[in-house]
Write a protein that binds this ligand. Structure first.
Ligand code: SF4
Length: 319
């Protein structure tokens, strides 16, 4: 996949992660990976919900509070409550974000945190880390298919690869829809993602194909709506060394008649070493791409699994 400016991929992000000084203390929470690396590939759309509702900076800290069954967002010293403002803003902003292919949120924030945000019991200083920021909750509710991650989790090589893979795939899906949906395009999309899906969740992958069989009364739009829900669910499953190895073994089969015995043994050994954790995923994939260049196969050439995101991101070098 070629690196082009942004590739037109729009991704929402908490403003403070891009270095904007919008935090309560007048500082930022710059993510160098987002700002220096991902910004080359994504057209970031920064939002700061707390600034947007007029809290300004510097400002008093705020926290999530559970008040009976209602989650409120209030000043930590109890001097104000911005729950209604935050909920109103979150609903309005979220309704304008259907063009996004992903979202990166700032962890632990009572507005932007997507999980394990400290949630206090009303009237106490007792908190448990089981809350979700109000803005993040609205985004996740309104955009259930949208790939969403927090900045800290992107330091994990597997989670990072998985998130960026999902963003690129979801972007491809949006391009397909924008180009005018047909069953033929849907079938082609599925074919291109065959091995990627297989590597993520083989059991669910086998349920996707029959959805496109054309033996139902459903319109192509209805089929697409159901298909993309399961598709994103499959990609949301973290692949394992075992599932990758099984997928690589399928790919290996394409070259059997082309390779001599030493090459076959070398490729099988590469896959096995990856399975055992002795080599990163990039090693067998590089060999497969090498053989694919020598012995082109039209079905394999189109496989997203071989190039789910730009190689310069080096996402498959460390796991
Ligand atoms: S975490 Fe969200 S609300 Fe807080 S400063 Fe960053 S962008 Fe603003």
């Amino acid at each position: 996949m070629q690196k082009t400016p942004h590739n037109g991929i729009k991704v929402g992000i908490s403003s403070c992660l891009l270095g904007a000084k919008v935090r309560y203390d007048g500082g930022h929470k710059q993510s160098r990976y987002c700002q220096n690396v991902l910004a080359e590939y994504f057209d970031f759309q920064p939002l700061c919900p707390e600034m947007a509702i007029g809290l300004g900076t510097p400002r008093k800290t705020i926290r999530l509070v559970k008040d009976e069954d209602i989650i409120r967002i209030v000043a930590s010293d109890g001097s104000f409550d911005v729950t209604d403002d935050m909920n109103k803003y979150s609903k309005e902003a979220s309704s304008t974000l259907h063009h996004l292919s992903g979202y990166i949120l700032c962890a632990k924030s009572p507005s932007c945190g997507m999980e394990r945000v400290t949630l206090y019991q009303a009237g106490t200083n007792n908190g448990q880390r089981d809350g979700v920021g109000l803005f993040a909750a609205q985004i996740m509710k309104d955009h259930p298919l949208l790939p969403i991650e927090e900045d800290g989790r992107l330091n994990d090589p597997l989670l990072r690869d998985n998130f960026i893979t999902r963003v690129f795939a979801y972007h491809q899906w949006k391009c397909l829809i924008d180009s005018g949906l047909t069953l033929a395009k849907l079938i082609s999309f599925h074919a291109q993602h065959k091995y990627l899906l297989m590597a993520h969740n083989p059991a669910l992958y086998y349920k996707l194909g029959p959805m496109l069989g054309g033996n139902s009364d459903k319109t192509v739009e209805q089929i697409a709506d159901e298909y993309i829900v399961l598709f994103m669910q499959v990609l949301g499953t973290l692949p394992t060394r075992k599932s990758h190895s099984n997928t690589l073994a399928h790919l290996q089969g394409y070259f059997k008649s082309h390779l001599n015995s030493a090459q076959r043994i070398d490729l099988a050994s590469n896959i096995d070493k990856y399975r055992q954790g002795l080599l990163p995923l990039m090693a067998p994939l590089t060999l497969i791409n090498h053989y694919l260049a020598l012995f082109p196969d039209p079905y394999l050439v189109q496989q997203v699994y071989l190039h789910p995101h730009p190689e310069e991101l080096k996402l498959r070098y460390s796991h």
